[in-house]
Every structure is written in structure tokens, then in C-alpha cells.
Design a protein around this ligand. Structure first.
Ligand code: G3I
Length: 403
């Protein structure tokens, strides 16, 4: 056989081998539910969000009694490996008077998660909202003193964090203590806590108590609009001070109640860079991306409301709006994966678009109950999550697992 014949045979053999390998890899990589794009992730309907992100960070969801006892339950187990009680561990609900603790719901959530090997984030130990009103009154109904208030805070944290010691791996210790205004010198929210303590001492105290109560739990400061430049700077100042004062804090919860165009990728990166430069970890603790516009913004193509008294009805969940939401989710998760070494959890606030806390939020026009067989789709609904009203995966879901 001369050289050219050998070369021809070899190259046709090589060609055959190449085609065979390509065919094999096509068969192996073609997902059952292919999403249009050049994906490197193997899309598999049997996998949940937690499985796609196994090598990145846990993916969590806020839960309630309704979600644990209804059809959401199976979806939670399939898709998530972290839960946060939406309301059941907050100070008001769990500790409504000095000697009364309502453990039932919180215990159920902990038992559910433990039995399914799901991590638990505790939410929260000190907040100005859903607070325990009794704490602010002295023994004879007078305003409580700072000393007594901090003693009560300590008892509360020792009792709650102590009960779930070793079961709750991370706590939102202090929630939303930073002021929302534009005045950069006004760092702290003027809450009852702040006023009675005549300053921010309660923040440091809460972290120290939590660390004493459960030294292994990771401790977070949790707030919203953490990517907005002014608030970002205020949160940074608070964190820097806590670190300088050697307060036991592990990280920052960025709630991530976001909008279609907010935050920008740049603002999100800046917030992450700033916090991680302090050596802190980040958890995105309450993620959702509402499709609702700010009240004063008329929907595209509609006239402003007469007199401006009522908000203009929004156009609803149109394909354009959906595309923007998909893009915003994709942008966020692309950045999350880039910061995987700093991000230790991403949690969604509620399970599906069937019921989101945002639907109940004052909206003036409609809003409220989820659309169902007998109820029409409400244009004021927020549709903020990765699962639709029938608990099916939305296109936004595929955009975050398709990487
Ligand atoms: O449980 C009572 C019920 O007995 C009563 O009949 C009913 C009447 O209104 O209220 C029920 O309580 C409601 C509770 O949710 C449970 O559904 C409260 O009114 C309502 O205010 C409360 O809203 C919660 C809100 O925090 C309170 O500020 C939302 O569910 C919860 O999603 C939301 O979560 C917060 C985070 O903790 C912190 N970050 C912001 C986030 C969204 O506001």
C-alpha cells in the first residue's frame, strides 16, 4: 500500500471516529427539555435548582405553614436545599409576651427541614417590624429603660437561638437597621430600638448575644436596597464599625427585592466588591424580581391617571415584561456565579407566583389573591419568582440554570 492510500484510509478512519464521537456527545448532551442556547449545563427535569447550583451555593426559599402543608411542599423538597421561615421566627410572632413563646410553627419548619436534609436560615432576631410590643414597656407601663430592653433582647436571643442551636446554620441577627433617606449622615433607622438605646448599641449587643447563644451559627446583618449607592455606603459604614469593634459578624444579607431594571449589573458588583473587601460573606436572602412598576410610573403606552391620584393600571405580565425579567434574573445569577467564593446562599422570598408577599402589598387598584381557575389574572400581581401560578418552571428558571 503506497503512502497516499494509507493517508486516505487513515483520514477516512479519523473522519468516521470524529463523526461517531460527535454523535455520541450529541446523544449524551441533548437534554430532554432543551433550552435554546449553547448550554454547558446538562438540563435534566429530574434536577432541581439546588442540584444545578450544588457546586456554587445553597438555594433557599422562604416558607410558611401554608407552603409546608400544601402542594408547595414537594416542590420545596425537589428544588431547594435551604429554607427561611417567612414569619414564624420573628420576635412578635414567636415571643408575643414576656413569658410566652409560640414554638409550634417554628418547630415544624425545623423538623421539616431537618427530616429532608435542608439547611435552615433563622429570620430574624431583632427588627423594628413585627416586633414584640411588650418589650418596649416597663413593668408599670412606662417606657422601658435601655438596660431592661437589652436584657430582654438577650433573653430572647438566648432562648430562640439556644433552642435551635446546631440546627439553624445562619441567623439574620439584625434586620433593616439602616435609614432609607438621602442624608448620608443619618446612618441608622430611628426605630424603637434606636430611640430607647439612644444610639445603635442594640446592633452590636444582638450580635454578641447571638454568638454566645450559638457560637457555630453564622451571623448576618440583613437589609434591602443594599445596592443603591447611598444606602450601600451607610450599610458599609455600619459593617466597618462592627468589624472595627470586633463584633462577631460573618456576613451581609442582601435581600434582593429587585425590579426589572434595578439593580444595574454595575451597582450589584459594586455592592458585592465593597462588602467582600471587608472580609464578609454575602447571602442573597429574600430574592424576587417584581414586574410591577413604581406607582407613579404609567405603563408603557398608557395615559397618566386623571388627576394623578390613582396609579395607572399596568399592562400585566406581557411578553416584553417577561423578557426583561428573564434578562434581570440571568444577569443576577451570572454575577452570583462569578462571586461564588463569597456568596454562601441565595434564597427566594416565597415559592411561586401563585402567592407572593408582593401581591398583598398596597397597590391601590387590584392585587391580592393569586389567579386560579375561578379568579382572573390580576394586573397588579408581581409575578416575581421562578415558578408560575401553577408551580411550573418559568423561562426565567431555565435562564438561571442554563450556564
Ligand atoms: O398571621 C396574621 C393573621 O392571623 C391575620 O389574620 C392577618 C390579617 O392581616 O395577618 C397575618 O399576619 C400577616 C403576616 O404577614 C402573615 O401572613 C401580617 O399582617 C403581614 O404584615 C405579614 O407580612 C409579612 C411582612 O414581612 C411583615 O413586614 C410578610 O408575610 C413577609 O413576607 C414579610 O417579609 C419581610 C422580611 O421579613 C424582611 N424583609 C422584607 C420582607 C418583605 O416585607
Amino acid at each position: 500500500m503506497d503512502f497516499s492510500t494509507v493517508a486516505k484510509k487513515a483520514s477516512s478512519g479519523l473522519l468516521f471516529l470524529t463523526i461517531a464521537l460527535m454523535a455520541l456527545s450529541f446523544v449524551q448532551c441533548t437534554p430532554k427539555h432543551q433550552v435554546t442556547s449553547s448550554t454547558t449545563t446538562l438540563i435534566n427535569p429530574d434536577k432541581g435548582l439546588k442540584d444545578y447550583y450544588r457546586d456554587y451555593f445553597p438555594i433557599g426559599v422562604a416558607v410558611s405553614m401554608a407552603s409546608l402543608h400544601g402542594p408547595d411542599s414537594a416542590l420545596i423538597v425537589k428544588e431547594f436545599n435551604s429554607v427561611t421561615p417567612e414569619n414564624d421566627m420573628k420576635m412578635g410572632p414567636i415571643h408575643p409576651s414576656e413569658n410566652v413563646y409560640n414554638w409550634k410553627n417554628a418547630d415544624e419548619i425545623v423538623d421539616f427541614a431537618t427530616s429532608h436534609h435542608i439547611k435552615i436560615r433563622g429570620h430574624n432576631l431583632c427588627w423594628h417590624n413585627q416586633e414584640a410590643a411588650w418589650m418596649f414597656k416597663g413593668p408599670n407601663g412606662e417606657p422601658v429603660t435601655k438596660e431592661l430592653l437589652l436584657q430582654r433582647l438577650k433573653n430572647h436571643i438566648f432562648t430562640v437561638a439556644g433552642r435551635y442551636k446546631g440546627k439553624i446554620y445562619a441567623w439574620d441577627v439584625v434586620n433593616e437597621a439602616v435609614d432609607d433617606g438621602d442624608d448620608t449622615t443619618q446612618i441608622y433607622r430611628k426605630s424603637n430600638w434606636y430611640k430607647i438605646c439612644n444610639g445603635p448599641d442594640f446592633i452590636e449587643a444582638a450580635f454578641r448575644y447571638a454568638h454566645e447563644a450559638d457560637p457555630d451559627a453564622k451571623l448576618y446583618y440583613n437589609d434591602y436596597n443594599s445596592e443603591h449607592p447611598v444606602k450601600r455606603e451607610k450599610i458599609y459604614k455600619l459593617l466597618k464599625k462592627l468589624i472595627e469593634d470586633h463584633v462577631p459578624i460573618d456576613g451581609v444579607g442582601m435581600q434582593a427585592h429587585w425590579k426589572l431594571n434595578d439593580p444595574s449589573p454595575n451597582d450589584l458588583r459594586k455592592a458585592l466588591d465593597e462588602v467582600t473587601s471587608l472580609g464578609l460573606k454575602v447571602q442573597f436572602t429574600e430574592m424576587d424580581i417584581t414586574i410591577r412598576l413604581p406607582k407613579s410610573t404609567p405603563a408603557p403606552g398608557t395615559a397618566p391617571a386623571a388627576g394623578g391620584a390613582m396609579p395607572t393600571p399596568e399592562a400585566g405580565y406581557t411578553p416584553e415584561v417577561e423578557a426583561k425579567q428573564i434578562a434581570q434574573y440571568k444577569m443576577a445569577f451570572d454575577i452570583f456565579r462569578q462571586y461564588r467564593h463569597f456568596i454562601t446562599n441565595v434564597t427566594f422570598w416565597n415559592v411561586s407566583d401563585r402567592s407572593s408577599w408582593l401581591d398583598w402589598r398596597g397597590g391601590g387598584l387590584t392585587g391580592g389573591a393569586a389567579a386560579g381557575v375561578n379568579t382572573p389574572r390580576e394586573v397588579r400581581k408581581a409575578y416575581p419568582l421562578l415558578f408560575d401560578e401553577n408551580r411550573q418552571r418559568k423561562k426565567a428558571y431555565w435562564s438561571v440554570v442554563n450556564f
